[in-house]
Write a protein that binds this ligand. Structure first.
Ligand SMILES: [Zn+2]
Length: 260
């Protein structure tokens, strides 16, 4: 079936339109509200401060080993995004890979903090919290296992998170605000009281670990309407909740920029 609607508008507009439509439908049973009283969607914009494979060119994967070694273009993008959002009266929540704090110049990160943007912990090396072996925790440890020699996975994770909080404070004078797991898990930290406790012990009251399942479509092809609908439907699975340990989960809302 032809969908001229989808042909005409870009993806982001479509998503915004869908949310607006949902809100309009939910208020349809009451009297038409004055424009000022119309409910507004609450959104959070978040950005992980890390390098991604295939940037700036497909085939580049060395960043897997150096997630925190941000290049100039990435830092410029991160700073300008924060300035743009601030000008519009909003804040952007960043999650910082700790190794970036080893770089000679971190003034861009301090500028973001001074603008009021919260900066969270994204581990020091971008480790996988659900790893079962040290080599699985990070590519860097697979290539250079001596860095974590004699350490168990829980010890690696604890140290990777702890060092990031310390580095933010000592190098940048930034008090850490929140934690996001590297990678998102469709089942979040459900059933992993050990990981929940690990974060609670490091004084985090909330985590952003869940990324709900949705359809992606084929690379370099216009996404089908089912893909858009799948992303909109996934928002139902991206609602905050509390784990039995008391830790709060604040899921990511798809689709992420890299995924898109
Ligand atoms: Zn990440």
């Amino acid at each position: 079936m032809k969908t001229p609607f989808m042909d005409r508008i870009p993806r982001r507009q479509f998503l915004a339109g869908s949310l607006a439509t949902t809100l309009a439908a939910s208020t349809a049973t009451t009297a038409v509200p004055a424009p000022a009283a119309r409910p507004k969607a609450q959104i959070a914009i978040t950005l992980d401060l890390e390098m991604s494979r295939h940037y700036p060119r497909r085939g580049i994967t060395e960043w897997d080993y150096q997630k925190g070694n941000l290049d100039a273009a990435t830092k410029k993008y991160a700073l300008e995004a924060g300035q743009l959002v601030k000008r519009q009266g909003g804040l952007l929540h960043y999650f910082c890979v700790g190794r970036v704090l080893e770089q000679p110049d971190i003034s861009w990160l301090q500028q973001l903090s001074q603008l009021g943007h919260p900066i969270g912990n994204h581990t020091y090396d971008h480790v996988n919290l659900k790893a079962t072996t040290p080599a699985m925790a990070q590519y860097r440890f697979k290539r250079s296992p001596w860095l974590v020699k004699g350490m168990t996975v829980p010890e690696i994770l604890r140290e990777n998170i702890r060092l990031t909080t310390i580095a933010l404070k000592e190098r940048a004078k930034i008090d850490v605000n929140g934690f996001r797991t590297p990678g998102g898990f469709r089942d979040a930290l459900d059933g992993r009281a050990d990981l929940q406790q690990l974060l609670l012990q490091q004084k985090f009251s909330w985590v952003s670990s869940k990324y709900p399942r949705h359809a992606y479509g084929e690379p370099k092809q216009e996404p089908a309407e089912e893909v858009y609908q799948s992303i909109v439907d996934a928002q139902q699975q991206a609602q905050p909740y509390r784990y039995p340990t008391g830790l709060i989960e604040i899921p990511m809302s798809p689709i992420s920029d890299v995924g898109a």
